[in-house]
Design a protein around this ligand. Structure first.
Ligand SMILES: [Mg+2]
Length: 391
C-alpha cells in the first residue's frame, strides 16, 4: 500500500528583523539601527497516514494563495508521486507564476526523506556534502552601515578574513540610483581593488538601474575588475532575453539571469538564446526541489552552471546533488545586522555569517529529509491568525 496524504496545514507567522528598515523606495531592506521590521512566512505541514509529516518553512502570501488552488487535489494522493503532482499542478497553475508549487514540493521531499530514512541529497544522488559559500550583502544603505564604497571594501575584507572565497555586492537602490551611478562604479572598483585578487566578486543591482546605459557603464567596471558574474542589472526586471544578449555581447563579464524567470522551459530558452551565461534556480521559486533540479540538469546539458538562489536547507540539498554549481549564496550579510532568516530551527541549523568554517564552507544537513528540526512552538507562538487546513 502506498502512503496517503491525509491533511495539509499552512500557518502564517511573523518574526522581527532588528536594525532593519527599507530604503527610500520602500522595497529594499537595508540596515537601519533605528528600525525593526516584521517579516511574514509560512509553516507548511503535509500529514500522511504513515504518521510521517513533510515540513517546510518559507514561502510568501502570493504563493500561499496558490496553494489554496491545488491543496485539495493532493488530499488522498500518494506523497511519493512527486513528478505526477508536479506535472498536474504545473498545468493547473498555468495562468500564474506557480510560486505555490515550491513549498509543497519541498515538503513532499522532506516526507520522502523521512519515509526512506535518508537525507534528500542521498535520494537525489550525492555529489558532495560540503561546498563554498559567497557572502551576499544587504543593499547599500545611508545609515552608517554599508553606506560607501569604502564600507563595502572593508566588509569584503572582513568576509575574506572569515574564510569566504566569494563576495556579492547588492548596491544602492531608490529613485536616484541613476544620478548616483558613479557610486555604483566606484563600489565595483573599491571592492575589486581591495580583495579582487583573492575573492570571486559578483554584482547584483537587483534590477535597480533605470537605463541600459547605466547597466553598460557599471558592467564595464565589472570587466575592469574581472568580476565573476553580473546579475539582474536593469529594469526589465530580469526577464528580457534580447536585452541581456545585447548586454552580454558588449561585456566580458559573465551574465547571471533567470532569478526572475519562472518555469523550466523559460530557463532553457534563456540559455538556448545566449541571454545568460549562468542559470539561476531557487527551490522555493522554481517548483520545489523537483523544479530546481530540472533546471540544474538543463544547465548541465548546456555545459554551464546553475547557481542556487538564497540560503536554506532545500538549497543545500540541491547543491549537494549538483556537480555544475560554484557557490552557496549566504544572504543577506552585513557588518552590523543579522541575516534576515527566520529563527525557526530547533536543530542548530544556521545560515548566519558565522556558520561558515574557516575556509568559507558549509555542509549539507545529514538527518532524514531536509535534515532540520523546525521550532513549531515558535511558529505557533508567532502565528498571525491566517491558517489554512485541507483534509
Ligand atoms: Mg539576485
Amino acid at each position: 500500500m502506498s502512503p496517503t496524504i491525509t491533511r495539509i496545514e499552512s500557518v502564517e507567522f511573523s518574526y522581527p528583523l532588528e536594525d532593519v528598515g527599507t530604503d527610500e523606495s520602500g522595497f529594499n531592506i537595508v540596515y537601519d539601527p533605528d528600525s525593526t521590521m516584521e517579516r511574514k512566512l509560512f509553516g507548511l505541514r503535509i500529514h500522511t497516514d504513515e504518521g510521517v509529516t513533510g515540513e517546510y518553512v518559507g514561502g510568501n502570501s502570493p504563493g500561499a494563495a496558490q496553494i489554496n488552488m491545488f491543496a485539495d487535489y493532493l488530499i488522498g494522493k500518494n506523497p511519493l508521486a512527486r513528478e505526477k503532482h508536479w506535472s498536474e499542478i504545473k498545468r493547473a497553475l498555468r495562468k500564474y507564476d506557480r510560486m505555490g508549487m515550491g513549498p509543497v514540493d519541498i515538503a513532499l521531499w522532506d516526507f520522502a526523506g523521512k519515509y526512506h530514512d535518508a537525507p534528500i541529497h542521498e535520494l537525489l544522488g550525492t555529489y558532495r556534502t560540503e561546498f563554498p559559500a559567497y557572502a551576499s550583502t544587504f543593499h547599500g544603505d545611508e545609515n552608517g552601515g554599508l553606506d560607501s564604497p569604502e564600507a563595502f571594501a572593508d566588509f569584503a575584507e572582513e568576509c575574506l578574513d572569515r574564510g569566504f572565497e566569494g563576495f556579492k555586492i547588492h548596491g544602492w537602490g531608490g529613485s536616484d540610483v541613476s544620478r548616483n551611478i558613479d557610486r555604483e562604479v566606484a563600489n565595483v572598483h573599491a571592492v575589486g581593488e581591495r580583495v579582487g585578487d583573492e575573492m570571486d566578486l559578483m554584482l547584483d543591482p537587483a534590477c535597480e538601474y533605470e537605463t541600459f546605459g547605466d547597466a553598460l557603464t557599471v558592467g564595464k567596471a565589472c570587466d575592469e575588475q574581472d568580476f565573476f558574474w553580473y546579475e539582474d542589472p536593469f529594469r526589465d526586471a530580469g526577464i528580457s532575453q534580447h536585452a541581456h544578449r545585447n548586454l552580454s555581447e558588449k561585456l566580458d563579464t559573465s551574465i547571471l539571469q533567470t532569478e526572475h524567470v519562472r518555469g523550466l522551459e523559460p530557463h532553457a530558452d534563456f540559455v538556448a538564446g545566449n541571454a545568460t551565461d549562468f542559470l539561476r534556480a531557487d527551490p522555493e521559486y522554481d517548483g520545489g526541489i523537483t523544479g530546481a533540479m530540472k533546471i540544474a540538469r538543463v544547465a548541465e546539458g548546456f555545459g554551464t552552471d546553475v547557481e542556487y538562489h538564497a540560503p536554506g536547507p532545500a538549497q543545500r540539498h540541491c547543491l549537494a546533488a549538483t556537480r555544475n554549481a560554484n557557490y552557496y549564496e549566504l544572504a543577506l550579510v552585513h557588518p552590523d545586522a543579522r541575516n534576515p532568516i527566520p529563527p525557526v530551527y530547533a536543530s542548530g541549523y544556521s545560515d548566519s555569517i558565522d556558520a561558515v568554517d574557516d575556509e568559507g564552507r558549509l555542509r549539507v544537513p545529514e538527518g532524514p529529509g531536509l535534515g532540520v528540526e523546525y521550532d513549531w512552538e515558535y511558529i505557533e507562538a508567532n502565528a498571525t491568525g491566517s491558517r489554512h487546513v485541507y483534509e
